[in-house]
Write a protein that binds this ligand. Structure first.
Ligand code: SF4
Ligand code: SF4
Length: 285
């Protein structure tokens, strides 16, 4: 069985991606999956080389043949997503590809066509193969693209007999996050000791509980507000979720990221501490 570990956060800017990158060098036999398809920046630190890329067809969208259209307005009134204006122009960003307009059009003027919503990349890295993807700005269905990234990562893991997949998930609680956590072995939630950190942590904890995912929390830069860190720990105790790590703020982490280096591969003390190695052991088993 493949050990799939996802790193998520309720909000952006908690250090999720730099922590994901810091975990990666401690494992062999792994596949890396960047499922943060809106902002896939794990590769900035991992520095993988593209070996293959392809378009991702998210769904089909309607195209109107105006030679056949009689402007009866039926498609406009039938679209539940208000994606067709009263002068019969399709708004692609509102369209959900449900095909109702094609079905109702009495003139056969509407046909559905493949729509590219993003790009998928296969990379070679010094840590193992990596799959990442980028959603075209303004496109939706990022959940589908995340599902595809995870499927490709699993295919590689099975084919190359790799035992582990490390997933960098998206921040937030939208469908792309649900897609990234579904069926994983463990979720690591990264938070920070701020008001918004706690607020968004609550939402993501609710999500992992709802999907019955085994989850533990890392409080990053915990010493920037000991009071808020305490509040986070009290909340997590109530929710019966363990704080697996508390990382202190370290300017060397910031420097390593600015220099495009994975923090755990520099000589930052924390990453050679017992606490860190216990955490790595937890992920391994
Ligand atoms: S339903 Fe068909 S014919 Fe009527 S307005 Fe829409 S595209 Fe034109
Ligand atoms: S496919 Fe569905 S959502 Fe898109 S324009 Fe047609 S009716 Fe509206």
């Amino acid at each position: 069985m493949i050990n799939e570990i996802v790193v998520i956060s309720g909000k952006g800017g908690t250090g999720k991606t730099s922590l994901t990158a810091s975990i990666i060098p401690f494992f062999e036999d792994l596949v890396i999956a960047d499922c943060d398809v809106d902002a896939p920046d794990l590769n900035i630190l991992i520095k993988g080389e593209i070996v293959k890329e392809r378009d991702f067809i998210g769904f089909q969208r309607p195209v109107i043949d105006y030679e056949k259209c009689t402007y009866c307005g039926l498609c406009h009134t039938s679209c539940n997503f208000n994606a067709i204006s009263d002068d019969i122009i399709i708004n692609n960003s509102a369209c959900e590809g449900c095909k109702v307009c094609e079905y109702v059009c009495p003139e056969g003027a509407i046909t559905m066509h493949d729509s590219v919503i993003g790009k998928i990349y296969h990379r070679k890295t010094i840590f193992g193969p990596m799959i990442d993807a980028r959603l075209i700005p303004g496109e939706e269905s990022s959940g589908k693209l995340v599902a595809e990234v995870r499927k490709l990562a699993r295919d590689i893991a099975y084919k190359e007999n790799r035992k582990m997949i490390i997933i960098d998930g998206s921040p937030g609680i939208a469908c792309n996050v649900i897609s990234a956590i579904t069926g994983v072995s463990k979720a690591i939630i990264v938070t920070e000791p701020t008001i918004s950190g706690l607020h968004d942590l609550k939402k993501v904890v609710h999500l992992v509980k709802m999907f019955s995912v085994e989850a533990k929390v890392i409080i990053n830069k915990y010493d920037l507000s000991l009071n808020k860190a305490k509040e986070i720990k009290e909340y997590l105790e109530l929710m019966e979720i363990e704080v697996v790590l508390e990382l202190p703020f370290d300017v060397e982490v910031v420097n390593s990221i600015s220099n495009l280096q994975i923090p755990s591969t520099t000589n930052i003390e924390f990453f050679s501490s017992k606490k860190w190695f216990d955490f790595i052991e937890y992920l391994r088993n």
